[in-house]
Ligand binder design. Structure first.
Ligand SMILES: [Zn+2]
Length: 308
């Protein structure tokens, strides 16, 4: 199997879910082995989409380098991974990738419009040397070696609209486009005030998220089990930080971006892909997470689940 990029540059614009700021994203072709690289327009800072670039994984995956931050990269990353696109440059003129409809569907449409081109270099799959596990009692991800990628997910929540949702999926491009890319992010109305006070969900609305009231969703669902489908979509986007398609069975229960990142770092270590800089980068990420947590005095994440 060869690597792929897109045929021509394409752009899309919209509001960021957390920042509430409008940003324009331009996706362009990139050479073989470039991977996915984000670029902030104003500073020209380039941030490779790799585990060591993650500076925050609360409620969304944020990449950073020096003082530049690009928030909520996961749905665009999932779209590229789901369509088998290995190499692209993503230029952003704001702090966050637009939420659009809260799913990966608009990014899939954008990348499909750009067209896909096969490149000369071979795609290198990533195999696991041994099973791994991250997390604790109620929230964990287990990963075992396999010939192909499979994601099995259990989402448990006492909200009546969610309950227990279980899905096992072996990705194909068609099923990704039809059954997973359109699944939207979700949040609880009861958390909205506190999240906004803490600089989160400022661009969130019924247009870009499923909003859950006390008894049910305030907007209609695209799938009966849209919530677990979105969790799988997020996991796919975060796994794409490894830069190579994974041959493994990923079994998750009540995960979120922070746990996904723990998994990605564990896979990277086990597969011997860790770069020398990685230890420094994750120390910086941990320091920044602690600093941000301290700044949000009084901020308590929703119990049991990372909602977005
Ligand atoms: Zn998401």
């Amino acid at each position: 199997m060869r690597q792929h990029t897109i045929r021509k540059p394409v752009s899309i614009e919209g509001v960021g879910l957390h920042s509430g700021k409008v940003a324009r994203v331009t996706v362009s072709p990139a050479p073989p082995d470039a991977g996915v690289v984000f670029k902030e327009r104003a500073t020209g800072e380039r941030i490779p989409a790799r585990p060591e670039s993650v500076v925050n994984s609360h409620y969304a995956t944020t990449l950073g380098a020096n003082a530049t931050r690009i928030q909520t990269v996961e749905h665009l990353m999932a779209a590229a991974a789901g369509l088998g696109i290995d190499n692209i440059e993503i230029e952003v003129d704001g702090p966050e990738i637009p939420a659009l409809d809260g799913s990966a569907k608009p990014f899939v449409a954008l990348l499909a419009f750009a067209g896909r081109v096969q490149q000369s270099a071979r795609r290198r799959m990533l195999s696991l040397p041994c099973p791994l596990r991250v997390g604790g009692a109620g929230r964990w991800i287990h990963i075992v070696p396999s010939d192909t990628l499979r994601i099995s997910y259990t989402l448990d929540n006492d909200h009546p609209a969610i309950g227990t949702q279980v899905l096992s999926w072996s990705p194909s491009e068609r099923s990704f486009v039809e059954e997973f890319a359109p699944a939207r992010t979700y949040g609880f109305l009861r958390d909205l005030g506190l999240m906004r006070k803490n600089g989160l969900a400022r661009g969130g609305s019924l247009d870009n998220a499923i909003v859950l009231g006390n008894s049910g969703a305030l907007n209609g669902l695209r799938y009966r089990d849209e919530f677990v489908r979105h969790k799988i979509l997020d996991l796919l986007g975060d796994l794409a930080l490894l830069g190579r398609p994974l041959r493994a069975h990923v079994i998750a229960r009540n995960g979120g971006h922070a746990l996904n990142l723990e998994l990605v770092l564990a896979v990277q270590r086990a597969a011997g892909l860790e770069r020398r800089a990685a230890a420094t980068a994750s120390a910086t990420a941990a320091e920044e997470a602690a600093r941000e947590a301290a700044q949000r005095e009084g901020f308590v994440p929703a119990p049991g689940l990372v909602t977005i």
